[in-house]
Design a binder for this molecule. Structure first.
Ligand SMILES: *[C@@H]1O[C@H](CO)[C@@H](O)[C@H](O)[C@H]1NC(C)=O
Ligand SMILES: *[C@@H]1O[C@H](CO)[C@@H](O)[C@H](O)[C@H]1NC(C)=O
Ligand SMILES: *[C@@H]1O[C@H](CO)[C@@H](O)[C@H](O)[C@H]1NC(C)=O
Length: 447
């Protein structure tokens, strides 16, 4: 296809939709599920390591556990391949094919396996000549590969960006999105587009990205360490003015997988990742061996109250509103809304390492929470209920080193303040109202 023709198609798509974001009806809340990469990488050695290699067995086992151990009921309903599922070559008709030894039943059968269990099936490819691990990429085969995915019953496509030019991505990612759409099969579209452009010092065109993708990566791959998690948290805080407004129902920033339950995070750090990913309105894509995860880490991943913050229907991403001396406070506007006031999830994050909990003391008003009726506050990890707290009442939490306290502050609906006025839930409205709370001057939490 020529660039001119593609441009015409893209413009037609945008105009006919009459909206500023991709509207394929999908990912109205951040996707949740299980993704192979961080934990299982490109282990293709099924001879010596059959239990952990990238094979259909691994994905079927994870699917079984999502169903039998309650993950699916909590919303973790996606099982997704990552790199290294492919054969080294396309088939005689030029179509992608799975590695025949490791996926002997074939991809349609694996996809079927997921659907029979009420799960969604995700696949990985790359907008380049090769995937990052050197398997066939989609460049030169965009339409055919989109059609193949649709035939296979794919529900979610992660499209990486190795072996392609970041300058081509403004054309390439929308082009593949166009072909995905044209198949008629709804498929969540996960892009790596801004990440590769930022990495090569380009400025991503987020309006184009929002028009094209349901979610997108903008920072490095997560690794199995607290340091890696902190680098992501810093990136999201330091760049929040640019990236936070881009999130909303159907389109999300993706800070990469949850590594909870693996080797690198302590119990406190695991709660911190879960809390921050809830604040970020981030996809909750676990990459962990669900066969061996310890119960306390499983409990973090299955914390319903934290998941509810992550999946809040307003879909507003939270922001860092305070950062000093290793203490950070993050706030995310959530539902319910009463009389024009949002409820909030507030994360108190302690980045300090001086081995004793830090006391953080604030009033809700200092955080921008000024609803006169007050807020019902609940600690989402230990379940403590603080009751109704009025805006000027001082509120204290003890935050463990490299740990977090995540509270839900729900506007208290009383009859004394007139009837509820629900703020209209459209993308423009929450964002303008939402900017307001963060304009408050900073305060000293130690004061
Ligand atoms: C992909 O491969 C084709 C054919 O070999 C080549 O012309 C093109 O430059 C390659 N593209 C990239 C981005 O490497
Ligand atoms: C294709 O795009 C149109 C216009 O945005 C949208 O209404 C439709 O739901 C999309 N279909 C699929 C299968 O993604
Ligand atoms: C960014 O993308 C939008 C929508 O696709 C387009 O209208 C605009 O011209 C692009 N901006 C730049 C600076 O390229």
């Amino acid at each position: 296809m020529t660039a001119a023709r593609l441009l015409a198609l893209t413009v037609a798509l945008v105009c006919s939709g009459g909206v500023q974001a991709l509207e394929n009806g999908l990912a109205r809340t951040p996707p949740m599920g299980w993704l192979a990469w961080e934990r299982f990488r490109c282990n293709t050695d099924c001879v010596n390591d059959p239990h952990n290699c990238i094979s259909e067995t691994l994905f079927m086992q994870m699917a079984d556990i999502l169903v039998s151990q309650g993950y699916r009921e909590l919303g973790y309903n996606l099982v997704s391949l990552d790199d290294c599922w492919l054969a080294r070559d396309r088939d005689s008709r030029g179509r992608l094919q799975a590695d025949a030894h490791r996926f002997p039943s074939g991809i349609p059968a694996l996809s079927d396996y997921m659907h029979k269990r009420g799960l969604k099936f995700g696949i990985y490819e790359d907008y380049g000549n090769f995937t990052c691990a050197g398997y066939p990429g989609i460049l030169g085969h965009l339409q055919k590969d989109a059609e193949t995915f649709a035939e296979w019953g794919v529900d979610y496509v992660k499209l990486d960006g190795c072996y392609s030019h970041p300058t081509d991505m403004d054309r390439g990612y929308p082009e593949f999105g166009y072909f995905l759409n044209k198949t008629g099969r709804p498929m969540v579209y996960s892009c790596s587009w801004p990440f590769y452009q930022i990495y090569s010092r380009m400025k991503p065109n987020y309006s184009a990205i929002i028009n094209t993708c349901n979610l997108w990566r903008n920072f490095d791959d997560i690794q199995d360490s607290w340091e890696s998690v902190q680098r992501i948290i810093d990136y999201y805080g330091d760049n929040q003015d640019e990236i936070v407004p881009n999130a909303g129902p159907g389109h999300w920033n993706d800070p990469d997988m949850l590594i909870i339950g693996n080797f690198g995070l302590s119990y406190e750090q695991s709660k911190s990742q879960m809390a921050m990913w809830a604040i970020f309105a981030a996809p909750l894509l676990m990459s962990v061996d669900l066969r061996t995860i310890r119960p306390e880490y499983k409990a973090i991943l299955q914390n319903q109250a934290v998941i509810a913050v992550n999946q809040d229907p307003l879909g507003i991403q939270g922001k860092r509103i305070y950062k000093d001396k290793g203490i950070e406070i993050w706030a995310r506007p959530i539902s319910p809304i009463s009389q024009g006031h949002y409820s909030y999830a507030i994360a108190f994050l302690n980045r300090r390492t001086d081995g004793t909990p830090s006391e953080v003391s604030v009033t809700l008003r200092e955080l921008g929470l000024a609803f006169p009726g007050g807020y019902a506050i609940t600690d989402l990890f230990d379940g403590v209920q603080y009751g109704t707290v009025l805006p000027d009442k001082r509120f204290k939490v003890d935050v463990n080193p490299s740990g977090v306290v995540l509270v839900r502050c729900e506007v208290v609906k009383t009859t004394g303040f007139g009837s509820d006025v629900r703020a209209p839930v459209n993308p423009a409205q929450p964002q303008s109202a939402f900017r307001n709370p963060f304009n408050n001057q900073l305060f000293n939490p130690f004061g």
